[in-house]
Design a protein around this ligand. Structure first.
Ligand code: 13P
Ligand code: SF4
Length: 366
């Protein structure tokens, strides 16, 4: 099979091929291209794909690794904002590929540059220069928003370093505008001891985000009304039921879960931190975990001596992470072998310059 056939035909051919053959071909191509390609894999990737990753990690670890590699090609098995971040942090002659370009993030789509620019303008109409605001974007956002932060003295954060980033931001200016995830911002600030009455929610579809000028002046944290459609499926009653059924269980949650879920958890942390927590626990420890299903299932297999439950009775899977399958990964490798770059992710030079600034500020906090 050659990549000269158009992409759709190539994928159709790969789907018509028995999956074991596709897997064999990926192994062969990985060996052939070993000195050219680095495969990065986020912890939410499906089993058939994650095994091919040279490095697995959470968003922070994978951004760091992308900024360090000199590999000419990086295949990012993750979602769009992750591949964009890798492109921003790599040299111009390095190529970043997202195997399925439709692998987006619904949370990242909840704040766009027009909405954030309008919010910024409305805030400037209400606040004095002394009541200055640092824009902080969660890494789950478009390159345009990372560039906005770079240009306005702001910074990017991930679920691993949000506390350090917020500390830095409040050290510089009185207020933080945090987007697009309300929950990461809120859970982090509460853990830092910020009183609830200093936080307001900004609804991008309302004038002043639905707040009074006085409420904006009194706030130190302005939280964008965005969320993860996967993590919002975990509910506080799920944690309560688990505890009733297993009094010695430890509940572990990702900070994209609601405040009510995080408050009922023993530990709140990024995907990498959740993995480390389980790894370091003594044999026999019991866990209920509130994060994406593929990761929880993998932990169950890796630690058969530590009973692990998925916190929700419903299936909470990131359907866009799931889009990257062996067929798309195989097509990406074939394109590199054939001197192409199928589904290359490329951020414009102007956007990249500013976005890199906000990402580099973030990389000081690891
Ligand atoms: P981590 O950075 O913790 O891996 O989280 C990324 C993400 O998108 C979680 O939904
Ligand atoms: Fe985005 Fe949620 Fe999927 Fe993470 S789990 S990539 S925040 S949609």
């Amino acid at each position: 099979m050659s990549i000269n056939t158009d992409t759709k035909t190539l994928l159709e051919e790969l789907y018509a091929t028995p999956e074991e053959k596709v897997i064999e071909q990926i192994h062969a191509l990985k060996t052939e291209l070993a000195d050219q390609v680095l495969i990065l894999g986020h912890h939410y990737q499906r089993e058939e794909v994650i095994g091919f990753a040279d490095i697995t990690g959470d968003s922070l670890k994978l951004s760091q690794k992308a900024s360090e590699t000199k590999a000419p090609y990086i295949i990012f098995c993750g979602v769009h904002f992750m591949a964009e971040t890798a492109d921003i942090l790599t040299d111009d002659d390095q190529v970043v590929i997202l195997p399925d370009p439709a692998a987006g993030c619904s949370m990242a789509d909840m704040a766009d540059i027009e909405q954030v620019s309008r919010c910024w303008q409305e805030l400037s109409e209400v606040l004095t220069p002394e009541e200055a605001v640092t824009p902080v974007t969660y890494i789950n956002s478009t390159a345009a928003l990372k560039a906005f932060c770079g240009e306005h003295g702001g910074i990017v954060c991930t679920s691993s370093n949000a506390q350090k980033v917020m500390q830095w931001s409040w050290g510089n200016r009185e207020k933080i505008l945090f987007f697009p995830d309300q929950h990461l911002g809120e859970n982090t600030a509460l853990a830092m001891g910020i009183p609830e009455n200093e936080m307001i929610i900004w609804d991008p579809f309302e004038y002043l985000g639905g707040n009074t000028p006085e409420a904006i002046k009194n706030a130190t944290l302005i939280l964008w009304k965005g969320f993860c459609s996967v993590h919002q499926l975990f509910k506080p009653e799920h944690a309560e039921t688990m505890r009733n059924n297993h009094p010695d269980i430890k509940v572990l949650a990702h900070p994209e879960c609601s405040r009510e879920v995080c408050e009922r958890s023993d530990f709140v942390g990024s995907t990498e931190a959740i993995i480390q927590y389980v790894e370091q626990a003594p044999s026999g420890s019991k866990f209920a975990i509130a994060t994406e299903l593929n990761l929880v299932n993998r932990l169950r297999i890796q630690f058969p001596d530590k009973p692990i439950w998925f916190l929700s009775p419903m299936v909470c899977m990131c359907s866009t992470m799931f889009r990257t399958d062996p067929q798309h990964l195989c097509a990406s490798l074939m394109s590199i072998r054939d001197k192409g770059a199928l589904n290359q992710i490329s951020v414009s030079a102007n956007q990249s310059r500013w976005a890199k600034l906000s990402l580099e500020r973030m990389l000081n906090f690891v």
